[in-house]
Design a protein around this ligand. Structure first.
Ligand code: CP3
Length: 349
């Protein structure tokens, strides 16, 4: 084997892309690639108890993480867990209610924040770290392992609202009503997120992604303060302790504020949602960070020629620079797995 070949075996394509290289074909993974659209997930999930039980069961969570890699051959595995294990580990009551989603005991004031505790935080998350170790030891060296956490703003919207909402009104109102009080919660989330991401890296994660799924409802000053600034602090904290580990940010639905997010945080990669125009991604983001995205998850449900056509468009516009193929948001449960196979074939052909 010549050195170029052995190098390409050792450096996963995802890490090459995040170091600024263009690749043809680009590396691909999909947000929520493990989950309910896969029959093998539904089967294992049925035997695991609650969703959180599955998240804290290293053997089963590792198997779920590997399922989409075995079936489709993605370039990266993402740890199977959830962003809401963080409030759970801080002592807030978190449940996942079937057909309803997450339900938390809402935090509405400073007294509620003061009741959160960090003492058991890392002990509580130890099973998740064990999942990372087990996944890394079973993965081929060409497949990168991605760790993650929710960005403070998105995690806070659930902690304050107690559940998902279309407008995150509860958290936005808390932040307007009592700025300093809300900042206490955000600072706590920044600190524990750095600890948690660094622990995932120690356990074997080679990339980390910060999910700010609800960044899009913040006006520009609020966005800078509650999305970009906490992300910047997390990037700084992780880089100090784990230099060289690439960080991907996902300020979903932030529109033209995407560029300020990239500039303010210094992320290595930026995950682009479905609504961002390809020309904007290429001209305004790609010169400053590796871009990831942004196929509409619903095209993966409908499949057919429309899927192939859009995949080709995305490749045409973004493959000339550092790029990771992904969706603009997570796979939805009604996605036929055959359409994911069709997508893989189209990318790799
Ligand atoms: O991407 C992956 O494959 C890794 C696993 C992962 C999950 N959640 C598994 C999951 C990741 C990275 C997440 C992140 C997450 N969780 C986010 C940010 C990304 C996004 O989608 O916007 C958010 C906002 C959450 C919170 C959350 N978890 C909600 C709102 C729900 C309910 C909605 C739903 O799809 O059921 C979850 C549950 C959840 N997280 C499931 C999975 C596979 C489904 C639970 C089940 O199997 O019953």
């Amino acid at each position: 084997m010549d050195t170029t070949a052995s190098e390409s075996v050792e450096t996963p394509p995802l890490l090459k892309a995040l170091s600024g290289q263009s690749n043809n074909p680009p590396p691909i993974w999909l947000m929520r690639q493990a989950g309910r659209y896969l029959p093998e997930y539904r089967e294992l999930r049925a035997s695991a108890g609650s969703f959180l039980d599955l998240c804290y069961n290293p053997e089963l969570a590792a198997r779920v993480t590997l399922q989409p890699i075995e079936r489709f051959g993605f370039d990266a595995a993402i740890l199977f867990s959830d962003i809401l294990v963080v409030p759970d580990a801080l002592g807030q009551d978190v449940k996942f209610v079937e057909n309803e989603g997450p339900v938390l005991d809402p935090i509405t004031d400073r007294e509620g924040i003061a009741k959160l505790g960090r003492d058991n935080f890392m002990t509580h998350l130890e099973p998740v770290l064990e999942t990372v170790r087990q996944v890394r030891s079973s993965l081929d060296s060409s497949v990168a392992l991605i760790g993650f956490c929710g960005a403070p703003w998105t995690v806070a919207t659930y902690m304050v609202g107690g559940r998902g909402s279309p407008d995150q009104a509860a958290a936005r109102s808390f932040a307007y009503r009592d700025r300093d009080g809300f900042a206490v919660l955000m600072d706590l989330l920044v600190e524990v997120s750095v600890d948690y991401l660094c622990a995932q890296i120690d356990a074997g994660a080679q990339v980390v992604q910060l999910f700010d799924s609800w960044a899009g409802n913040l006006p520009e000053d609020e966005f800078a303060k509650w999305s970009a600034e906490p992300a910047r602090k997390i990037v700084e904290g992780v880089r100090r302790r784990a230099p060289g580990i690439p960080i991907i940010g996902f300020p979903r639905a932030a529109g033209t504020l995407y560029r300020s997010f990239v500039d303010q945080t210094g992320v290595d990669g930026v995950s682009c949602d479905t609504s961002l125009p390809l020309a904007y991604i290429r001209d305004d983001l790609q010169p400053h960070a590796t871009v990831q995205g942004n196929l509409d998850p619903l095209l993966l449900v409908s499949g057919g020629e429309a899927l192939d056509r859009r995949v080709d468009e995305i490749l045409d516009v973004l493959s000339g620079g550092p790029f990771i193929f992904n969706l603009g948001h997570g796979i939805v449960p009604q996605t036929p797995p055959e359409h994911v196979a069709q997508l893989m074939k189209r990318i790799r052909q």
